[in-house]
Design a protein around this ligand. Structure first.
Ligand code: FAD
Length: 393
């Protein structure tokens, strides 16, 4: 594989920016261009639904210092949207008609919040949360006494609920599923989050779907409706795969299919972060992970394969959240409805570690308000350690 002379990265989020930094760190000396739709220097998203929404900070964390890109000869072109990928011609075209040729291309286009396909689902007043502009606009509306309806009891819905309560808003969260976070954490851990929010004054409308949105709120499938000053739609995000799909790249799990070393089906094209449906060597199957650590880890890792190595990306998925006084980390990937749940510690006091076991092996571990065991949990999860429930307890 000849040494590339020109590498182009599409997407200036965490994965794209991490890839650019890692290429220089590995000694790549050729042209390096990052094309990003947003006008901002690359930033990280977790604070948007936490510290920034809470009002503790006004800016998200940046991936690098301001001078980093100039200092490392990284051409950061912001406010530029790529509209076409020509894999045969080794070139991409941006929305102003400019063509950028590449020897290697990294796709890091992230995701877009989903909307619900119901009447009123596209109303402009509905709030979603993905960018710093979204977060600042929402924060202005989360005032004392505001009536807030959140559709979706996943991570972002729960974090927005916690921020809204901090500002003194009245909050109702609606979800078709009967418990928050149930799909990821299963019923018992879902109850922990339901009770946490209820203790902070959140009203739940669980097990009921949304039939439509109006200027005044949300119509529910059981015939009732909820009025709200602010309606937040937090029903997940769709990976931005349009460029890859139109260029004929292989797709999987809703994202862009990549092999263990993050290579797509097209020669010299790689994909990382939220969009990458990765053939994970440790898990033995394809996974697409929409988490901060995955975007950072894959972004950093891909520099190797882009420069010709064959190293697989092997890190276990890792995720964290902060809601009120609950902080947690989750490592690994469980099937929460099927795997055996084992708890060590005090669930009622919200100080515990949950493990998910399959055939006697640890699939995932979640430490809640306990911070001393991270390394040990990582080892157990990485090794898929064989251990009994009694030992874990
Ligand atoms: C509000 C919020 C809170 C989160 N909190 C946590 C958390 O607590 N813990 C955790 O583990 N994870 C969290 N996540 C998830 C995590 O931040 C994402 O998984 C991660 O940022 C994905 O990085 P990415 O680089 O793949 O995508 P993004 O960060 O979405 O970056 C993609 C970039 O590509 C640009 N782009 C897309 N298409 C084009 C195009 N055609 N041309 C040019 N540019 C394009 C986009 O505008 C965007 O700037 C959170 C996500 C959100 C939205």
């Amino acid at each position: 594989m000849a040494e590339p002379q020109r590498i182009v990265i599409i997407g200036s989020g965490l994965a794209g920016a991490a890839a650019a930094g890692a290429l220089r760190e590995r000694g790549y000396a050729g042209d390096l261009v990052v094309l990003g739709r947003e006008e901002h220097r690359p930033y990280e998203l977790p604070a948007l639904s936490k510290q920034l929404l809470l009002g503790d900070v006004d800016e998200p964390d940046r991936v690098h210092e301001p001078d980093f890109y100039d200092d490392h000869r990284i051409e950061l072109r912001l406010g530029v949207e790529v509209v076409r990928l020509d894999v045969g011609g080794h070139a991409v075209e941006d929305s102003t008609g400019v063509t950028h040729s590449y020897d290697r291309l990294i796709l890091a286009t992230g995701s877009t919040p989903r909307r619900l396909p119901v009447p009123g689902g596209e109303l402009p007043g509905l709030r979603t949360l993905r960018t710093v502009e979204d977060a600042l606009a929402l924060r202005r509306e989360l005032t004392d006494g505001a009536v807030v309806v959140i559709v979706g009891a996943g991570w972002i819905g729960c974090e927005v609920a916690a921020a809204a309560r901090r500002h003194g808003a009245s909050v109702t969260v609606v979800d078709l599923v009967d418990l928050p976070l149930r799909r990821v954490l299963g019923p018992r851990m879902g109850e922990v989050f339901r009770d946490l929010h209820a203790a902070h004054g959140v009203r739940w409308r669980l097990g009921v779907g949304v039939d439509g949105f109006t200027e005044h709120g949300v119509r529910l499938a059981d015939g009732t409706s909820l009025t709200g000053d602010v309606v937040v739609v937090a029903v997940g995000a769709a990976p931005n795969t349009g460029l890859a799909r139109d260029a004929g790249l292989g797709l999987a799990e809703g994202g862009v299919a990549v092999d263990a070393a993050l290579r797509t089906s097209a020669p010299d094209v790689f994909a990382v972060g939220d969009i990458a449906a990765h053939d994970h060597p440790r898990l033995g199957r394809r996974v697409r992970v929409e988490h901060w650590a995955n975007a950072k880890g894959q972004g950093e890792h891909v520099a190797g394969p882009v420069l010709g190595s064959d190293e697989p990306y092997e890190a276990s998925p890792y995720f964290f959240t902060d809601q009120y006084d609950l902080g947690m980390e989750y490592r690994g990937l469980a099937d929460a409805e099927r795997d055996e749940l084992v708890v060590r510690g005090d669930v009622d006091a919200r100080e515990f570690t949950a493990f998910w076991l399959r055939e006697g092996r640890v699939q995932a571990a979640m430490n809640v308000n306990q911070w001393d065991d991270g390394e040990a949990l990582q080892l157990l999860v990485d090794a898929r350690a064989e251990v009994t429930p009694e030992q874990l307890r």
